[in-house]
Design a protein around this ligand. Structure first.
Ligand code: 9MG
Length: 279
């Protein structure tokens, strides 16, 4: 069984599923609107997520929604650096969601504990930017790029293909000297996948991510929830919590969510059912 994740300044126990709160510092995030676009609003929102029980925070300065355009590195840094600096001592590890090696280096210097790369550390220089840093690395599967990824995605065997991608990516990180306890694998729900692909990946999670590394799932408010409930992103709380629980039941280690308080409650009730409560 996987015991811990080495995450920069923190060593996180994997005894129970961890909740990662989403802190978007982007003008066009698909489910936050621009409510937290200004750094001070993002910081206030992040502190609320920590109070609600977030175990980690994931800070992003570039939208990853389907169809999103890339943002230059200097603009991404202008958005995220004040947020990292303000939250450095908030008590939980800070993850930064970026694909750009220059942003990774600057974020780590500013105090980030984890790099969450939806591009799977495939950009030239990405592995070198993080290999010696001591931070955790989330390696996610994506087919294509956000601008085009939802243009008719197709797979011969989605479980095998996503598994092989993650396996090869983890081997590449290990060859670069990254210790196994710093690596996290993510199937990349919604990144170049239909709703049917996404639900197959969630159902088959243990086969997709294997047993060697912890897993991170991002299901919160995604279109796969809307595909089943028929609800817009602003009304996907119930579906998102159900999906998070389905992941936890299948052994997911980290759940990346917008709605921290509700997810924490659901996980606590599930844990009480499974393990009982102290009298
Ligand atoms: C940034 N981002 C948006 N969705 C995500 C997901 O599903 N996983 C990870 N790791 N990052 C995500």
């Amino acid at each position: 069984m996987l015991q811990h994740l080495q995450c920069g300044r923190f060593r996180l126990s994997l005894e129970r599923p961890l909740v990662m709160g989403i802190v978007n510092v982007t003008p066009d995030s698909f489910s936050d609107g621009n409510a937290h676009f200004q750094p001070d609003q993002a910081v206030a929102h992040a502190r609320l997520l920590v109070e609600e029980g977030a175990d980690l925070l994931d800070i992003g300065g570039e939208s990853t929604r389907p169809g999103a355009q890339a943002v230059p590195a200097d603009e991404e840094l202008r958005r995220i650096l004040p947020v990292i600096e303000a939250l450095r001592d908030c008590g939980v590890p800070l993850s930064v969601d970026t694909c750009k090696p220059s942003v990774m280096r600057a974020a780590l210097e500013a105090g980030a504990d984890m790099i969450n790369d939806i591009g799977g550390f495939s950009a030239p220089g990405a592995v070198e930017a993080v290999a010696d840093a001591g931070c955790a690395l989330c390696l996610m599967h994506m087919r294509g790029e956000p601008r085009t990824m939802q243009d008719a995605p197709s797979y011969r065997d989605v479980v095998a293909e996503v598994h092989d991608y993650l396996d090869q990516g983890a081997r590449r990180l290990r060859r670069a000297g990254v210790a196994a306890d710093r690596i996290v694998l993510d199937p990349g729900f919604g990144f170049g996948k239909t709703a049917a692909h996404n639900y197959t990946l969630l159902r088959e999670l243990p086969r997709v991510v294997g047993r060697d590394y912890p897993s991170l799932l991002g299901l919160s408010r995604k279109s796969m929830i809307g595909a089943v409930t028929g609800r817009p992103a602003s009304r996907r709380l119930g579906g998102s919590v159900a999906a998070a629980l389905a992941g936890a039941i299948r052994g997911a280690h980290i759940l990346r969510v917008h709605d921290v308080a509700d997810t924490v409650d659901a996980l606590r009730v599930w844990s009480a059912v499974e393990r009982g409560v102290r009298a």
